[in-house]
Design a binder for this molecule. Structure first.
Ligand code: URA
Length: 238
């Protein structure tokens, strides 16, 4: 792919704008030599205005989504794209969120421009676990663990019962919920079904990947080990 098209797809500007950047010597090698656009150069060897390029195509990033940011590209509330370089809005293919977290939910959110990865994480067939730390408005009754584990809990307006989910009580109003589905408002609706109300919801893990070392509002690109970790769940050794 021509460099101008490659950079335009990464959101650095229209093809014409990017061609002008190349022309002006703003696109260089690591050694600072201007790249003329004709040669084929590795992603990691290219700088724009002295800065490394944004993640290459087919990347997966892990964001620590704060409360109050919507998983959408449009709207007046702050969105997850406000936490990324402006260029990300112009990337093609788009860097899309992998499933969604509610406006009031914080925690581990993946974004990718790789449709296969997106599908693999969100597909109900993958049964990838999602772990939520939950705080509740009223004390746990004591029977929630069994009800969630039963595999027969029907949520209002759903056609199928929920798959078995794991609940670990961490305190009277604090629990860790592990689910293997991604139904609409699932965690909040599960607790509503047992007469409670979720006051805070935080996703701490997806698959075998934990949200650690990423501060709220920050993000990082997953490396191959992270991606292996992501899909290492469910696994036979657990
Ligand atoms: N369950 C919910 O209710 N909300 C989320 O954002 C994620 C899971």
């Amino acid at each position: 792919m021509k460099l101008a098209k490659y950079l335009a797809n990464l959101g650095y500007g229209s093809r014409r704008q990017v061609a002008a950047m190349i022309e002006r010597g703003r696109v260089t090698t690591l050694a600072g030599e201007a790249i003329d656009g004709a040669e084929s150069i590795e992603h990691g060897d290219i700088l724009v205005d002295g800065e490394p390029l944004d993640p290459p195509p087919r990347s997966v990033i892990m964001m620590s989504k704060p409360v109050g940011y919507a998983c959408t590209t449009v709207g007046s509330t702050p969105t997850i794209y406000d936490l990324l370089p402006e260029r990300f809005r112009a990337r093609r293919p788009v860097m899309a969120s992998v499933g969604r977290l509610d406006l009031d939910t914080s925690g581990l959110l993946l974004l990718t421009d790789d449709g296969q990865v997106n599908h693999r994480v969100t597909s109900p067939r993958t049964h990838l676990r999602k772990v939520y730390e939950v705080t509740l408005a009223t004390d746990l009754r004591g029977d929630e663990r069994e009800i969630f584990a039963s595999g027969s809990l029907m949520l209002e307006s759903d056609a199928e019962p929920l798959h078995a989910a794991t609940l670990e009580a961490l305190g009277p109003r604090h629990a860790r919920l592990t689910v293997t589905e991604g139904r609409y408002h699932q965690a909040r609706r599960m607790f509503a079904a047992v007469g409670n109300h979720v006051t805070t919801l935080h996703r701490s893990a997806v698959g075998g990947l934990e949200l650690s070392g990423v501060e709220p509002g920050q993000w990082r690109v997953l490396n191959q080990d992270d991606k292996n970790q992501l899909f290492r769940w469910p696994s036979s050794d657990r």
